[in-house]
Design a protein around this ligand. Structure first.
Ligand code: SMO
Length: 788
């Protein structure tokens, strides 16, 4: 290979940018479908109520109506959505399409199909719901109160199971009894909305002639959606195809099949037609599952010279009205990752799941690790303050050193590689600048925090050990076409993160061909290798990329061997010359034999397709390699973030004036995409630090229903001084050395901002245990401390 076709590490502009910017995107609402009908959902306006009546007479009698499915019809046609990740002791209860009790405001109770979106909306309103109100249980306190009404019928309390991870009780007790200092706090992490640019949507087409259901959906995991659809609708897997078109962001919100999405598919099957539903922004705020939602009591024991003796936490998780397919998962990950990048004598955490009458919670970018980082870094910060030690010094003393890796945590995670201290000190150095003089009503502060990130969520045996009914492996199919062009098929999904480009870079590098010879085909269960977790858990690039490294190496070898046969020489004597700008049809892009003989790349592909040139009759024919990659273990990315904040003592408004992030995600395939991922993650994390909270009133009715009440960061909320640097410790578990970075940016901002605010106003530091740090909340703390 000539040096021109090196692609890994190049900041190639993502391919989808040009297409989307020019308006060639094909999102769910853009797809054309013949004779498509339109659906609207009938949703519960109450947080908790028995569904006594669902009168569809008026709706059915409207000439615009094609179909109405209420609880009775749905009960005949559908089964509840299966659960894949349960807590021990979790009640046998999963989310149904046919609900006889509404357990959250916005829960879909039925579906109406009509000839236009407006008609569908009208008819959904024409359905007369008869609801018998039950007492709402909107908060964890309500749910845990003595005599609280049970959310799950037939149970006596709102417990949704419990699990404990980490050191034995006696190790924790002994560490705390020996401690020179114990810091204990209660942390409240509110629910948040994912707020993707594109809400959810489904276009389901059922062909009664072939009995094939084709579902196009804004999904982060089409294979998982297909499996769940088969279970819910009682359909055969070979008759269901799920395709994700362009997806306008997900952040964990589109990984699971939702009841409303399944109802659209049930309606398409019932009608033998095409039915589309496009979610409204208000529905997305109230009916899409939310993230976070946790109240945690945590403590840190510190010994002589500031050594960490133990972390201990009791996490109370708001699972909402149903423990969805994987509802407790993020909270379990909080427990698993509380220890973070630190060496500590003992660490343990308990997760108690609790039902409330609110929309379920689930995956959100950072998946429990943002919560863990906030709790841990605030505790450490508080310990430093009480010890009178600089927080960076306290962290530095306790960070696991590179020579101590691999290191297995008390919860059984084995960190593979990294240099946590290097990242911390680099972030601290970047943030070390003189603070400008303050007017008397402004204070400023800086903090540096640290985390490791579980990435490449796998192997399958790990998921099996956790009792998660998903696979961890990831497959790719790599094909050289008859003209020498290349197609990659993968079950991971593009949700705006640029994965198509990164995978193309890996394939092009491995085959030694120009980047634009490679097309990446994602999102279709008919062609993509199976993938349950798909683009979740910072795993798409690492695992699909790792598989692709192997596949490309094999296919490159086969091409070379074929070329050698045609050139009548040994493979070792064949060289290749492909100009980085060459077209695949270029005769100059060729293999060269020892004696000046040559054969074009496309000619090798062409002859390969004829089945010519094989050394043995049993040698494979197709120029295609399928590789299923199940790594030996998890791989851990890590990072340190520094925030500089200014707080207005009069208004309580916190402004982030500078932000510096140092990440290690191993080998970066595309630094431009990596930068965008980290900046996007930081921005999202700043929203959770400062403004975002999904709220309900005392009746459990959502009050954050639009971007008026729910404020996400805008450009002016992101500091101009936002610096991202990368260090590179290659993963030893992943071919190519990649580590994940999709979630990394999101994990640390709340911890960084809260600790920086604590540095600015030490008088209120001990109260900075709840998010978001809104002006009213900060002002109240300032007042209580007698500062304003
Ligand atoms: S929160 Mo993600 O989709 O693992």
């Amino acid at each position: 290979m000539t040096g021109e076709n090196r692609h890994i590490g190049k900041p190639v502009p993502p391919r989808h940018h040009d297409r989307l910017v020019r308006g060639h995107g094909r999102f769910l609402a853009d797809l054309r479908a013949e004779g498509v009908l339109h659906a609207a959902l009938v949703r519960s306006p109450l947080a908790h109520a028995a569904v006594v009546g669902f009168d569809t007479t008026a709706a059915r009698n409207d000439p615009r109506c094609a179909l109405v499915l209420g609880p009775d019809e749905l009960a005949e046609r559908t089964a509840p959505i299966p659960t894949v990740w349960r807590l021990p002791g979790q009640p046998e209860d999963s989310i149904p399409l046919a609900a006889r009790t509404a357990r959250y405001a916005g829960q879909p109770l039925g579906i109406v199909v009509a000839d236009s979106p407006t008609a569908a909306e009208d008819l959904a309103e024409a359905v007369r719901l008869d609801l018998d109100p039950l007492p709402p249980v909107p908060t964890l306190a309500d749910a845990l109160a003595e005599g609280a009404p049970p959310v799950v019928p037939g149970t006596t309390d709102n417990a949704a199971g419990r699990i404990r991870f980490g050191s034995p009780e006696q190790d924790i007790a002994s560490a705390f009894s020996r401690a020179a200092l114990v810091v204990e706090r209660e942390f409240t992490l509110p629910r948040v909305n994912h707020a993707p640019l594109e809400p959810r949507g489904v276009l389901a087409e059922y062909d009664p002639g072939t009995a094939l259901l084709t579902v196009r959906a804004g999904s982060q995991s089409p294979h998982a959606m297909r499996q769940d659809l088969c279970a819910v609708l009682g359909l055969r897997a070979d008759r269901v195809r799920v395709i994700a078109p362009d997806v306008g962001g997900s952040f964990g919100s589109k990984v699971l099949l939702y009841p409303d999405e399944a109802m659209v598919c049930a309606a398409a099957v019932a009608l033998g037609a095409a039915v589309r539903w496009v979610e409204s922004r208000a529905e997305n705020f109230t009916g899409a599952y939310q993230g976070r939602g946790q109240r945690t009591t945590a403590r840190l024991a510190v010994g002589a010279e500031g050594r960490f003796l133990a972390f201990d936490a009791h996490i109370v998780a708001d699972l909402g009205a149903y423990a969805t397919q994987a509802g407790s998962g993020p909270h379990q990950v909080t427990a698993l990752t509380l220890q973070g990048p630190y060496r500590v004598g003992a660490a343990a955490a308990t997760v108690t799941g609790v039902y409330t009458t609110r929309v379920p919670t689930g995956a959100y970018r950072g998946y429990g690790m943002q919560e863990a980082a906030f709790i841990r870094e605030r505790l450490i910060d508080e310990a430093a303050r009480e010890l009178g030690m600089p927080p960076v010094e306290l962290r530095s003393r306790n960070l696991i050193r590179p020579d101590e890796l691999p290191h297995t945590t008390h919860t059984g995670l084995t960190y593979d590689s990294g240099d946590y201290g290097a990242a911390l000190h680099r972030a601290a150095a970047l943030a070390d600048r003189p603070l400008p003089p303050n007017p008397p009503w402004v204070r400023r502060g800086t903090a540096v925090v640290s985390a490791v990130e579980i990435s490449a969520f796998a192997p399958s045996a790990l998921l099996e050990a956790f009792g998660i009914e998903w696979s961890g492996w990831e497959g790719v199919r790599l094909r050289i076409n008859h003209d020498g062009t290349v197609t990659v098929y993968s079950g991971v999904i593009a949700v705006g993160q640029g994965i198509e480009t990164s995978l193309a870079q890996i394939a092009a590098e491995g085959l030694g061909v120009p980047l634009d010879w490679v097309r990446v085909e994602l999102g279709d269960t008919d062609t993509a290798p199976h993938s349950d977790l798909s683009a979740q858990a910072s795993r798409a690039l690492t695992l699909a990329g790792g598989a692709l490294v192997i596949a490309a190496r094999r296919l490159a070898d086969r091409m070379t061997t074929l070329a050698a046969t045609f050139l009548d020489t040994d493979p070792g004597r064949v060289t290749r010359q492909i100009d980085a700008t060459a077209d695949p049809s270029s005769p100059d892009a060729a293999f060269h034999g020892a004696d000046g003989a040559r054969i074009p790349w496309r000619e090798v592909a062409h002859r390969g397709y004829r089945g010519w040139g094989r050394r043995q009759r049993t040698d494979p024919v197709r120029l295609e390699e399928s590789v299923d990659f199940d790594p030996p273990q998890l791989t851990f990315a890590h990072g340190a973030h520094a925030a500089e904040v200014a707080v207005d003592l009069g208004t309580g408004r916190v402004t982030v004036t500078g932000y510096w992030a140092v990440h290690d995600s191993g080998v970066l395939v595309n630094p431009l995409i990596a930068h965008g991922q980290i900046v996007g993650g930081i921005t999202q994390g700043l929203g959770q630090a400062l403004t975002e909270e999904a709220r309900v009133d005392a009746e459990g009715t959502p009050v954050t229903r639009s971007f008026r009440e729910y404020t996400i960061p805008a450009a002016q909320d992101v500091p101009q001084d936002l610096v991202v640097e990368h260090t590179c410790t290659p993963s030893t578990a992943i071919p190519g050395g990649f580590k994940g970075l999709g979630e990394g940016g999101t994990i640390l901002p709340p911890a960084a901002v809260a600790c920086a605010l604590a540095a600015a106003v030490p008088e209120i530091a001990h109260t900075l245990t709840s998010l978001p740090l809104t002006p009213p909340r900060v002002r109240a703390a300032l007042r209580a401390a007698g500062i304003t």
